[in-house]
Design a protein around this ligand. Structure first.
Ligand SMILES: Cc1cc2nc3c(=O)[nH]c(=O)nc-3n(C[C@H](O)[C@H](O)[C@H](O)COP(=O)(O)O)c2cc1C
Length: 396
């Protein structure tokens, strides 16, 4: 059997108090406060605890070429090498098609900027269920937040002493202002209504559709859409999870922005489409009734093809998704549909269901849209106190 060192690894000195049952048996309160080294390796699901000597040893094992296990054991000691294998920091040649080997391969092939790779690997969720956290009393309300953390930093952020601000002229108002004013996050969808084929098509074209492309060089094509995108790359893909839409079976589809067409990836029974949707949005019960969601994924291989190991590129992709989200909100508002965006998503489950190539493509956010329900059960930000300027503009 031959092994090599994983491609990427980042070390954190962890001093957070943690629970250890062994401490209880030793007569303590169960809380361990001693610092420990955590190795974050993006090909692993969880960080692993390491000792400095293990990191030193790891540095002596080749990362590019595989080495016979016998030789590694002879050079460095069998127990020490076997520990690194057990931790998953040495990867066997025969693992080739395993999930973690695919992740490790992507960390080699895609010219990631290291800290972004770390955050991408460490920030993914699996099996998070916000509804059950509410039920277990694990989600503090605003009063409890203030009690625990003190008041939030002020909502009006002054940089100069009060009273010195320069007043600006009265803003113009056009029909665009009515659209902006009507936009809000919907958490009350009609549990029965379906999306009309026309609305769905309009939403997809306006938000994720391409108006054209420009060849910058053979092999390098910039894309034109209604929202801006860093480098003209438009490395964000749209996957549609349909529950109720006229003319479409419940299932998962991939949108083709240049053809304005859908690739049908997976059929689902209505019930399982609903369950999947609920799991994708991390158990946010208030989004369960939406007839369709769009999962926005980022293609890191396309991004880093241009911005190789670039410190700003990962940030650009998140901004791209934000722009698409706002275009989506405005388009939905224009069509009289409710809409939402969420970044609280179970990325790992989405990755598996959509069969995304790990660390080359991953979900960044989910948006949903559809007819609003007649009842307001869940909170929406429509009962705010308008400031005097907005009040006078609205009265116009
Ligand atoms: C990046 C981002 C993530 C969000 N995530 C969630 C979320 O997980 N759950 C949710 O109910 N709302 C989410 N929202 C919606 C915000 O709560 C909402 O925009 C905010 O309360 C202001 O309300 P408005 O959109 O109606 O103006 C998110 C919004 C943004 C921009």
């Amino acid at each position: 059997m031959r092994y090599r060192r994983c491609a990427a690894l980042f070390v954190e000195l962890d001093e957070q108090p943690r629970f250890d049952i062994g401490e209880v048996f030793a007569g303590g309160d169960g809380i361990v406060r001693s610092p420990r080294w955590l190795a974050h390796a993006p090909h692993l699901d969880e960080p692993v605890v390491v000792k400095p000597a293990q990191l030193d040893l790891l540095g002596q094992v080749p990362a590019d070429d595989f080495t016979e296990l016998g030789l590694l054991r002879k050079r460095h000691g069998a127990a020490a090498i076997d520990d690194l294998v057990r931790l998953g920091l040495l990867i066997a040649e025969k693992e080739e098609f395993s999930e973690r080997a695919r992740r490790d391969e992507a960390a080699r092939d895609v010219p990631w900027w290291g800290p972004a790779l770390l955050a991408q690997g460490a920030g993914a969720w699996e099996h998070v269920d916000i509804q059950s956290r509410y039920k277990a009393g694990m989600m503090p309300n605003s009063e409890q937040l203030v009690e625990a953390n003190g008041p939030a930093p002020d909502h009006e952020y002054l940089r100069m002493p009060a009273g010195q601000a320069l007043p600006l002229p009265r803003p113009a108002t056009t029909s665009f202002d009515s659209l902006l004013r009507a936009r809000r996050t919907c958490r009350n969808f009609d549990p029965e209504a379906a999306l009309s084929a026309a609305d769905l098509s309009t939403m997809l074209y306006r938000v994720w559709g391409a108006q054209g492309a420009k060849q910058l060089a053979p092999g390098a094509v910039a894309v034109k859409k209604h929202s801006p995108a860093g480098g003209g790359l438009h490395a964000v893909e749209a996957y549609l999870l349909v529950r109720r839409a006229d003319g479409l079976m419940p299932g998962i589809y991939h949108y083709l922005p240049h053809q304005h067409a859908l690739e049908r990836l997976k059929d689902l029974a209505d019930q399982s489409a609903g369950d999947l949707l609920y799991r994708f949005v991390g158990g946010q019960e208030w989004f369960r009734d939406v007839p369709a969601i769009v999962i926005m994924t980022a293609r890191f291989d396309r991004l880093f093809w241009k911005y190789r190991r670039h410190a700003k590129a990962w940030r650009v992709l998140h901004l791209d998704v934000g722009h698409l989200s706002q275009t989506m909100y405005l388009s939905a508002t224009d069509l009289g549909l409710g809409a939402f965006v969420t970044a609280a998503i179970n990325d790992r489950e989405i990755e598996r269901e959509l069969d995304l190539p790990p660390l080359r493509e991953a979900a960044l956010a989910i948006v949903g849209f559809g007819p609003r329900g007649s009842e307001r059960v869940n909170v929406e930000l429509d009962d705010f106190v308008p400031n005097p300027l907005t009040r006078s503009l609205m009265a116009q």
